[in-house]
Design a protein around this ligand. Structure first.
Ligand code: MG
Length: 348
């Protein structure tokens, strides 16, 4: 198998403002794994706060290409074969979670193409259970929020970035525009437990359905305190990355946000998801700002999840693939093999 890759700078439709900063672009690397005329597509999406970028991904993927080339005679991929390859890729270097995900996603797409089946079919996923996906609005002025709401008309749930001084004002502004349910993401922005609890009660009255990452990622004690008392589920995002962190994090939160770019791809994400379900806890499937490649891969985790926030490719201008189909706020997984991606011929 032959791995190739190229860097791409995703342009965001709006500057993305979070409690921890603002940005206009996201660095991604698109991968291709070729085998006997078939091509599997993968992606690494790298927001700056996880420490990966074009250079680190290129360095890692150049190393990953070597063991992948040794699988030249591999006649068939499946879950076990991909898990075995990914164990080897994971062992090449610590970190590099998004770059590893770019290999994992491409292997899965390639497997579907070898089998001439969509991945959801290979996994026998209950597509009828696909949850509504939320659409994320960054912190902004009321006028800009109104514009963004128009762009999100197909989505039935809104995700709001909180964690600034004027959280109530932001929710009130949204409530002047729509009564759609809200997922609130504080992105580590809250500092005070008692104020957070008071806010959680107020948010519950505003038809907010959950709270993501209230406190600093290492402050598990405050999250545990709030989780014990909150009327809303509290989910870990920045506090949770990979499977070995899961038990520790679930002691302090009701559930977790699983993202392919944090946990090295579908192989590990599916193990995490199974583990969380077995514990009877909820999880959200999340994403970064990504192309349709990362989003369609993440969508494969959704039919078995309670919450989905996989809007990343609706937040960018230069998607190199065709947009996924969205019906009544639910991403549709079609009948094309693998992830079901089609290159967008008009794009770079
Ligand atoms: Mg989050």
């Amino acid at each position: 198998m032959q791995l190739s890759f190229r860097p791409l700078l995703l342009e965001l439709r709006h500057p993305f403002r979070l409690a921890i900063g603002s940005r206009t672009h996201t660095q991604v690397v698109l991968t291709e794994i070729k085998w006997r005329g078939l091509v599997g597509y993968g992606e690494a999406a790298m927001p700056p706060y996880y420490g990966e970028n074009h250079e680190t991904a290129a360095a890692f993927l150049n190393r990953a290409a070597v063991p992948l080339a040794q699988y030249a005679t591999f006649s068939e991929l499946n879950d076990d074969a991909i898990a075995e390859i990914m164990a080897q890729i994971d062992g090449l270097a610590p970190g590099n979670h998004a770059a590893k995900a770019a290999v994992d996603i491409a292997l899965h797409d390639l497997w579907g193409k070898m089998a001439e089946q969509p991945l959801w079919q290979l996994w026998d996923l209950p597509l009828e259970n696909m949850p509504l996906s939320s659409f994320t609005l960054g912190i902004d002025t009321p006028a800009v929020l109104r514009d963004k709401m128009r762009e999100s008309a197909d989505f039935q749930i809104i995700k709001i970035k909180l964690g600034s001084e004027n959280d109530r004002e932001i929710i009130q502004t949204i409530r002047q525009i729509t009564d759609r349910p809200i997922y609130a993401d504080a992105n580590q922005g809250w500092k005070n437990k008692e104020q957070a609890l008071e806010l959680a009660h107020w948010l519950a009255e505003q038809n907010v359905l959950l709270i993501e990452q209230p406190f600093a990622k290492d402050d598990l004690d405050s999250s545990a305190w709030l989780s014990e008392r909150s009327p809303l589920p509290i989910l870990a995002d920045e506090s949770f990355q990979r499977l070995p962190d899961l038990d520790r994090v679930l002691d302090s939160f009701h559930g977790v946000n699983i993202k392919l770019m944090k946990c090295t791809g579908l192989s590990e994400a599916r193990r995490i998801a199974r583990n969380v379900r077995e514990k009877g806890k909820p999880y959200m499937v999340g994403c970064m700002t990504e192309t349709s490649c990362g989003i369609l891969a993440a969508a494969l985790l959704c039919p078995e999840s309670r919450f989905a926030d996989i809007d990343g490719c609706w937040l960018i201008r230069n998607n190199p693939f065709e947009m996924p189909e969205l019906k009544w706020g639910r991403i549709q997984l079609g009948n094309r093999a693998g992830l079901g991606l089609l290159p967008n011929v008009g794009e770079v």
